[in-house]
Write a protein that binds this ligand. Sequence first.
Ligand code: GDP
Ligand code: MN
Length: 394
Amino acid sequence: MNIHEYQAKQLFADFGVATPKGWAARSTADFDTALANFPEDSAVVVKSQIHAGGRGKGVFTNGYKGGVHVAKTKAEARDVAAAMFGNTLVTKQTGADGRVVQALYFETASSIAKEYYLAILLDRSTARPVVIASTEGGMSIEEVAEKTPEKIVKIHVDPALGLQDYQKRTLGFALGFKGGLLKQFTKFVAGLYNLFWEKDCSMVEVNPLAVTADERLIALDAKVGFDENALFRHPEIVALRDINEEDPKEVEASKHGLSYIALDGNIACLVNGAGLAMSTMDIIKHYGGNPANFLDVGGSASKEAVAAAFNIILSDKNVRGILVNIFGGIMDCDVIAQGIVGAARETGLQLPLVVRLEGNNAAAGKETLAAAALSLVSGDSMADAAQKIVKLVA
Ligand code: GDP
Ligand code: MN
């Protein structure tokens, strides 16, 4: 789960990580309330709040350039805010459709001397948090990794020990900090690590981490993601969720206990079990097709949940065909069949549908499908089913 920058900066403040002062607005009526906090002739940074990066270089679909502006006056900030709010911002990370800006963050402007990069992620290969730092801030870290990988420093943290003082100093030295700045940095990275650890984050990223002209170290940007499996421990984090920023199909799926992730192909998949769902996507690719989604209906879905799953995959306008791949262990194949029949009738399904049912009660499931006289193709094996749907969609 992701949150907005302004929410992430509030968490930073709670953990003693320095950020500029700022105020969020979730409606145009809030602009003046937020701006009232700034002195009369002060510069104000106006920042579009969407769950995607690259806002600074983003362009609105109405032609307005930049999702982050440093306004010289409050009056200018008001104009910038009006130009951004309610409009669609397209960045490298949003995809071509972009995101509607439904919140803004007004922040005290800082005069930047140098920008750095700092992040903490979970490194799955070592099963440890890893702190990543670079003197090349402000730009995308992927670009730095590609062009000048030697400018990225990584330090793994033993989770039982936490981030050690010597590790904080090693990171600080690598960024070239001395004296007062080194002191600020060790406090900064310690706070960031505590936040990462205590809130069960999957990542915290500060890009840019800035040193100001008056030698203060502050987080100009803040991106925080959380491990969804740990959210039950953090109701205060769940409260920060913004449904507007999530794919409506994924929101609907989570209501039915389905694991669904939208992808950009055109073959929808309905599968039970995460491993089988992954290999189904692989085999579609292997035969030259492109999966439109990951969908695991789980081991104990009702026929209503299966019907909901069917409706969700069909609501994707890119879908040109459907592959149902069920290996019934706990799952009863007939429940799947009943769900498919119900949803296919309700939606007047026209798209090619290939069904492979194997395992628990598969014979009854096949009978249910046959009796419903849907126009579907049955697959004898996973490979056979995948080849058939790829062919039908092509
Ligand atoms: P992103 O493009 O989505 O990553 O958004 P950022 O929060 O990183 O903002 C984009 C850029 O705006 C930053 O890299 C900074 O260079 C610039 N920026 C943000 N806040 C300030 C500020 O207070 N003063 C100045 N001069 N520039 C800022
Ligand atoms: Mn940034």
